[in-house]
Ligand binder design. Structure first.
Ligand code: NAD
Length: 489
């Protein structure tokens, strides 16, 4: 992703106030295909001037436009219409994301098939946001609580699942009656630019959903700092999250932060080993390990450690790397050149720290994988919880394997991390399945499963994995402000 002045590639303009928009002064940025390593499209490089236009359009839509007068039921109907349009365009949107961030096409098709559910679920909730009358303890006083939208929401999202993670914000924000300015990742903006057009096609009034593209510092920061933005919904890394939290705090802005993870996947000796091997593989190697919920620390009970590790390595030796569009491919490229360098760095760090590489451990030299950004699926054994590969988020196909003797030790290891996004437990002991989730400091716990998410289930982090929750009924409350009204009757 570099600046260019001689664009010969397809251009995808921004979407502001229901119209196409090119950057006022910033020009264009190349966006590259991780499979080929080559640029394939241009996106606008927005600056504060473009962000200001988008925020003002969103503010006008919220305060005086048709959206401000629309009934909640009608908002819901628009969201149902949008869900149908997303379903009708699923394949096209999936292909754009495959090209932009190297995600497997089969995975994207599954994700896109599921995506309309968010608009249906929150569209259905739009007219069920009910206030209430309280039995207030004051004479002659009538009191009620009403829930009001906040105004303009700034949604800032990462490159790993651009559409899914943006929809997690858009659907509840719109159902609650807000308007939105989205700033997708500079590495994968195209699918969101195309999704934005569907909002207009569905009949959303101009200014309700706007998209500005560009760099975090040039387009993201002005969005966070804009005084007309009432709330920031951010998904991304902890460094960016911290800067955004600090900037938002200066204006007491509402914020939700969905950040990183170093999630433990704990396998007990009594587990169904076949199922656990499959779950561990999908937990860390799906999407090339580039998911916030990746099960990047495998905790194996000592009595099955060697047997389990052998099975895992044997299975992963069969994994096919290659073209993410090919349905036979198991693992695609990592999404950016920077990410490739970061993963290779962590491989060196792991070696220096004394971990034992039992699989991979290098950039891929397989046929078809040398131009793009491929890392061999990598497993390090003999990892201790103080090593950097056990403590820091790598965000790539790198698994750290640790060993434990007792359940207490497993819990202590699992919780000994600054993160708290997710955890997996593999056991056939019903008592353990029932009691362990309470002892794990993580926003999501899976038992005999991994990587399951739903529009119905709250998702978010304990500790440094974030603030707030997305999905489920609770998420809509994050986009509403309760108002307490006393009437002296
Ligand atoms: P990133 O933090 O580099 O960027 C995310 C977004 O923030 C981008 O759009 C970027 O342009 C913008 N940004 C960066 N700095 C900014 C600033 N100072 N002000 C405003 N905007 C700014 O993250 P990334 O590398 O794109 O994504 C990977 C990270 O996202 C990983 O750490 C991963 O764990 C995290 N993630 C978390 C979840 C979750 O739900 N918890 C989900 C997916 C990804």
């Amino acid at each position: 992703m570099t600046s260019t002045t001689a664009p010969a590639l397809p251009r995808f303009p921004m979407h502001i106030d229901g119209k196409d928009h090119e950057a006022v002064e910033g020009g264009w940025l190349e966006t590259k295909n991780p499979y080929t390593g080559k640029p394939w499209a241009l996106i606008p490089r927005a600056t504060a001037a473009d962000v200001d236009l988008a925020v003002r359009a969103a503010h006008e839509a919220f305060t005086t436009g048709p959206w401000s007068r629309m009934s909640a039921s009608d908002r819901g109907l628009l969201m149902f219409r949008l869900a149908d349009l997303v379903a009708a365009n699923a394949e096209r949107l999936a292909d754009l994301e495959v090209r932009d961030n190297g995600k497997l096409r089969v995975e994207m098709l599954g994700q896109m098939k599921y995506l309309p559910r968010w608009f249906q679920y929150y569209g259905g909730l739009a007219d069920k946001i009910e206030g209430h009358v309280t039995p207030i303890d004051k004479a002659n006083m009538f009191h009620y609580v009403a829930y009001e939208p906040l105004g303009v929401v700034g949604a800032i999202t990462p490159w790993n699942s651009p559409l899914l993670l943006t929809v997690w914000k858009l659907a509840p924000a719109l159902a609650a009656g807000n308007t939105v300015v989205v700033k997708p990742s500079e590495f994968a903006s195209v699918s969101m630019l195309e999704l934005a057009k569907l909002f207009t096609q569905a009949g959303f009034p101009p200014g309700v959903v706007n998209v500005v593209t560009g760099l975090g510092q040039e387009a993201g920061e002005p969005l966070v700092e804009h005084p007309l933005v009432a709330r920031i919904a951010f998904t991304g890394g902890n460094a960016g999250g911290r800067r955004i939290y600090e900037a938002a705090a200066r204006q007491f802005k509402r914020v939700s932060l969905e950040l990183g993870g170093k999630s433990p996947n704990i396998v007990f000796a009594d587990a169904d080993i076949d199922a656990a091997v499959k779950g561990v593989i999908s937990g860390i190697f799906a999407a090339g390990g580039q998911t916030c919920m990746a099960g990047s620390r495998l905790l194996l009970q000592a009595s099955i450690h060697d047997r389990f590790l052998d099975r895992l390595v044997e299975r992963m030796r069969e994994a096919r790397l290659g073209d993410p569009s090919d349905p036979e491919t198991d693992i695609g490229p990592v999404a950016t050149e920077q990410q490739l360098a970061k993963v290779l760095d962590y491989i060196e760090i792991a070696r220096r720290d004394g971990a034992r590489c039992v699989l991979g451990g290098e950039r891929s030299t397989r046929p078809g994988c040398t131009q793009g950004w491929f890392v061999e699926p990598t497993i390090f054994a003999g990892v201790t919880n103080t090593m950097r590969i056990a403590r820091e988020e790598v965000f790539g196909p790198l698994l750290s394997v640790l060993s434990f003797e007792t359940e207490e030790e497993a819990i202590a290891l699992a919780n000994d991390t600054p993160f708290g996004l997710a955890a997996g437990v593999w056991t056939t002991d019903l008592g353990r399945a029932m009691t362990l989730p309470k002892k794990l400091k993580a926003g999501t716990v899976w038992v005999n499963a991994y990587r399951v998410v739903s529009y119905l289930a709250p998702f978010g982090g304990f500790k440094e994995s974030g603030i707030g929750r997305e999905n489920g009924q609770a998420a809509i409350m994050e986009y509403l402000e309760p108002k307490s009204v006393f009437i002296n009757a």
